[in-house]
Design a protein around this ligand. Structure first.
Ligand code: URA
Length: 235
């Protein structure tokens, strides 16, 4: 497909305006500023307009975002707070799969694939969700056992979890917790239930996906194999 048609079909602007963008040097293909308006986009080309990657209409996109604190996991916010959708450099509108609290950081899938997103969020799909927690005070082994056995978080007793204490200083404890449910503010409520409010919370893993070395605020595309794995997991 000719580049101006490709840009127009992605909903960025009209074909004529696309030609202007090219002439102004605002379009890149595979990292290089495009100089030829007659260029034909090929499978695998990465096309950017003003630094934002664009995709042809109808294409499903899948990102893994390392959410920073101070962002709302939503596509709109009445209070005008920053949105996670602003962190995905794509002309395609994506939305978050599930939620992380405003002050929670870490792994969040962003996509425009509603079908897969709904399947992933369905309560029957109990993916391992791994979190790194900094909790107030020193968490004891007995308290770990309580968390692992299940605690009452206000009308709901959590199902068995895995907890590993990493280290502590005089005022706080660093621990990893793996849960399979996704109740609202579940990890925070679990630690509140044992008397150790959460000071910092980061989701580091979801099913087979891990946050790895992805810097906070950055996102990357999921590989076709990772998307296929997710599809298989919800079948
Ligand atoms: N549990 C919480 O308490 N908050 C999150 O953001 C995610 C899990």
């Amino acid at each position: 497909m000719r580049i101006n048609q490709y840009i127009a079909s992605a909903g960025v602007t009209s074909r004529r305006k696309a030609d202007e963008l090219i002439a102004e040097g605002r379009v890149k293909v595979n990292g290089a500023v495009l100089t030829s308006p007659g260029y034909h986009v090929e499978e695998g080309d990465i096309v950017e307009v003003d630094g934002a990657r664009i995709e042809p209409a109808g294409k499903k996109v899948y990102y893994l975002l390392n959410k920073p604190a101070g962002y709302v996991t939503s596509t709109a916010d009445k209070e005008g707070r920053p949105l996670v959708t602003e962190l995905v450099p794509d002309s395609v509108r994506v939305f978050p799969v599930g939620r992380l609290d405003y002050n929670t950081t870490g792994l969040l899938i962003m996509t425009n694939d509603g079908e897969l997103a709904n399947a992933l969020m369905h309560p029957s799909k109990e993916f391992d969700k791994k979190y790194l927690v900094r909790a107030q005070g020193i968490v004891t082994r007995d308290e770990v056992k309580r968390l692992e056995a299940g605690v009452d978080i206000g009308g709901f007793v959590t199902s068995p979890a895995e907890v590993h204490l990493a280290k502590h200083d005089r005022n706080s404890t660093l621990a990893e917790i793996i849960i399979h449910e996704g109740k609202n503010r579940q990890v925070r409520r679990m630690f509140e239930a044992i008397g150790h409010p959460v000071l910092e919370l980061c989701r580091t893993g979801l099913g087979d996906l891990t946050i790895g070395k992805l810097a906070i605020g950055q996102c990357r595309k999921l590989s076709p194999a990772e998307v296929e794995n997710l599809r298989r997991a919800v079948k």
